[in-house]
Design a protein around this ligand. Structure first.
Ligand code: FES
Length: 704
């Protein structure tokens, strides 16, 4: 340690440190602009000049090493004059009107002007004449605002090892540009956006500014993680996959969700919709990467290792063994409670076992991951239907209703009660259990979501000759995943978007459905459907089976003593998930209607936290399983990075898949996995960059 004085105050610092860093650490502000703690110094701005006793003139403190006994002065008439002059020279080439800059109120340069009190009016101002470049993904280059501090150049070269930003001389001006003057995309930019992070002005900035959103900085910058309902650390596990450390990757996923493999098959991957790589070309295939890791996981970091608190003596009953119920049961057990899970059907899994067909969600995978719940100590009772949940309170301290939504909705329309009319969930459950399913040879499915496609594709596999699927929504706003729609069409299913269902025809049994074309379809402010039909578009399709796939509701009545809300859903207090009866909680589809497996897992986690609190715990179900990693900020240059195409999974051909329930999607192949993981922009690396130290922070410290 070295001891020296700054403005009379004794400061201790590690040998080898510079005076500026030592001063900032000691709570003494010295103005600075080109200095950044994560970058090598370049001494270009001279804002940080100080005087050293016994030495002539001034020296930049950002490159002045600390020395035992030295005495530093950060303020004097000379320093003030030279700083003001240097700042005014910078300002002479910077646009005068700050208020039109998107970084207004969030600009380091602006705070420095306030601190030093510079006035550019004394200088002859000039514009650099650089074109504002907005054609790049994610970033705007507005080099007229550049003050040549060089932070972006150093961030690109020294911090990231990419090196595509350089100083270029143009006429009489020096500008920061890409190496060959091309767009970032064409220069193999990695789009880590470190340049925007360190830029002290609005010269290189994000297209989407934080102030334009309601998000926190990390939420905005890592949108995949924000979008994931359980906020899985996506860039972290993708990095482990790139390093071929699949155990660690799977452990990262398991920190937030107990069914990584199931999610690898059927997650609705909302994360991919928000992936920033989309702005460059296509989103990362996040779900496939997750599946690849989960399928190679040996359990090294989590099996028998995660959190398990001592027994609390409290008893919880979870009613329903779908993803919400199993998740809640798993975490409640980890919090030390005795947990009994009661499932009405012969196996757990809920919709993963009885709704989503086996060709999409292999049952062996569900069984394998569900076993982990038992291994954790949850007592599972299958074939156990709970008719009177309130009675459970005699035996248990809390009850979680995670009963899913297992009643199909029958639209009230002419012919809807005819023999041959089936409901989605009954049909899919019967098919899953190899029971009599009731379909004929010509089937019409009414509905346009994933469940409707599950019905249509299941009917195909059960031997129906002709299958039609019709829905109110136009093709581009159908709620089913595109891949579901495309695969169904490849299997010969006729898809009819934008149709009204006028009536189901037939007297003794179904003979067909009358339709009309929809001209427009929207919802009013009361969420009522407003449908405009196309005049004279009446048409009819023959069939012997109609399957309603227009929604599902929880199988429950108010006779249980629990208050229900709209759609027969269990009414809960929004935050606590507490139902109307003390000690009863609800989660998953039973609360919000059918959504997705990952939403159910998120709801199960919330319920576990809330019930734990109710039982006297702290409600903290978080756990760290994977090794804590300090990712290398130096990502380096990667040739052709921006043009690397998204790798898809291997899918069986329509001929191979349409007659059986065998797995359809084989995931991403060994050859492609590394390059797909390597397409990730690693947006989270930017959060490692230290924030700027502004004088306002130091004045607050003084006040405090
Ligand atoms: Fe030291 Fe710029 S010269 S901060």
């Amino acid at each position: 340690m070295v001891s020296f004085k700054i403005d009379g105050k004794t400061v201790e610092a590690e040998g080898g440190m510079n005076v500026l860093a030592a001063a900032l650490n000691a709570g003494i502000y010295i103005p600075h602009l080109c200095y950044h703690p994560d970058l090598p110094e370049n001494e270009s701005c001279r804002m940080c000049i100080v005087e050293v006793e016994g030495q002539e003139g001034v020296v930049p403190s950002c490159t002045l090493p600390v020395k035992e006994g030295m005495e530093i002065h950060t303020n004097s008439e000379q320093i003030s004059r030279l700083r003001t002059l240097a700042l005014e020279l910078m300002l002479a080439g910077h646009p005068e009107d700050c208020s039109t800059c998107p970084k207004y109120g969030n600009c380091e340069m602006q705070t420095l002007i306030q601190y030093i009190g510079a006035n550019s009016a004394r200088m002859r101002t000039r514009t650099k004449g650089a074109k504002k470049e907005e054609s790049n993904p994610l970033l705007i280059h507005d080099m007229n605002r550049c003050v040549l501090c060089g932070r972006c150049v150093r961030a690109c070269s020294d911090l990231r090892g990419v090196g595509i930003l350089k100083y270029q001389k143009k006429d009489l001006e020096v500008l920061v540009e890409t190496l060959h003057g091309k767009l970032l995309k064409d220069e193999d930019c990695r789009f880590c956006t470190a340049c925007a992070e360190v830029c002290p002005t609005g010269s290189i900035r994000d297209k989407l500014q934080l102030l334009e959103t309601n998000l926190k900085k990390d939420e905005l910058l890592v949108p995949c993680r924000t979008a994931c309902p359980v906020h899985t650390e996506i860039p972290r596990y993708i990095r482990f996959v790139k390093e071929e450390n699949y155990d660690a990757a799977a452990a990262v996923i398991r920190e937030k969700a107990p069914f990584p493999k199931c999610l690898g098959y059927v997650c609705t991957h909302v994360c991919e919709e928000e992936c920033r790589r989309q702005a460059v070309n296509e989103a990362i295939s996040i779900r496939n990467i997750k599946r690849y890791a989960a399928e190679r996981d040996t359990g090294l970091y989590w099996r028998g290792k995660g959190k398990q608190l001592p027994d609390t003596g409290k008893r919880v009953c979870v009613v329903g063994g779908g993803p919400a119920g199993m998740t809640a049961a798993y975490y409640l057990r980890k919090q030390g409670h005795t947990v009994v899970l009661k499932e009405a059907l012969p196996t757990v899994g809920g919709m993963m076992s009885y709704g989503i067909p086996a060709y999409r969600m292999p049952r062996t995978v569900v069984a394998e991951e569900a076993a982990v719940i038992r291994d954790q100590g949850v007592i599972v009772e299958t074939d156990t239907r709970v008719e009177r949940p309130l009675d459970l309170l005699k035996e248990y301290d809390a009850v979680l209703m995670a009963i899913g939504a297992h009643s199909g909705v029958r639209l009230s329309m002419e012919g809807s009660g005819l023999p041959g009319v089936l409901l989605n969930i009954d049909f899919l459950r019967n098919a899953s259990m190899n029971r009599e399913n009731g379909i004929g040879k010509r089937v019409i499915v009414l509905g346009g979501g994933n469940v409707a496609f599950d019905c249509a594709r299941t009917a195909k596999r059960l031997g129906a000759d002709e299958i039609h699927l019709a829905c109110l929504e136009a093709r581009d706003v159908m709620t089913a995943d595109d891949e579901e729609i495309e695969q169904a069409q490849e299997e010969g299913i006729f898809v009819h978007p934008a149709q009204t269902f006028e009536r189901i025809t037939g007297t003794d049994s179904v003979t067909g459905v009358d339709f009309m074309n929809v001209k427009s379809f929207s919802f009013n402010e009361n969420k009522q459907a407003i449908i405009e039909k196309e005049e004279g578009s009446e048409h009819h399709i023959d069939c012997d089976t109609v399957i309603f796939a227009v929604g599902q509701r929880p199988q429950i009545t108010e006779e249980t003593g629990i208050i229900l809300g709209s759609g027969n859903r269990i009414a809960v207090k929004e935050k606590s998930l507490a139902a109307s009866v003390d000690g009863i909680f609800a989660a998953g589809d039973a609360v919000y209607g059918t959504k997705s497996v990952i939403m159910a897992i998120a709801s199960g986690r919330d319920a576990a936290g809330e019930i734990d609190k109710y039982l006297g715990g702290d409600g903290d179900i978080s756990e760290i399983l994977a090794p804590v990693q300090s990712p290398d900020p130096c990502i380096g240059k990667a040739e052709g990075f921006c043009s690397r195409e998204r790798k898809s999974s291997i899918v069986l051909s329509a001929e191979e898949r349409q007659n059986n329930f065998d797995k359809v999607d084989y995931g991403i192949c060994d050859k492609d996995i590394c390059s797909e993981a390597d397409r990730c922009l690693q947006c989270d690396l930017r959060l490692q960059i230290k924030p700027p130290r502004l004088w306002t922070e130091f004045s607050k410290q003084k006040e405090a």
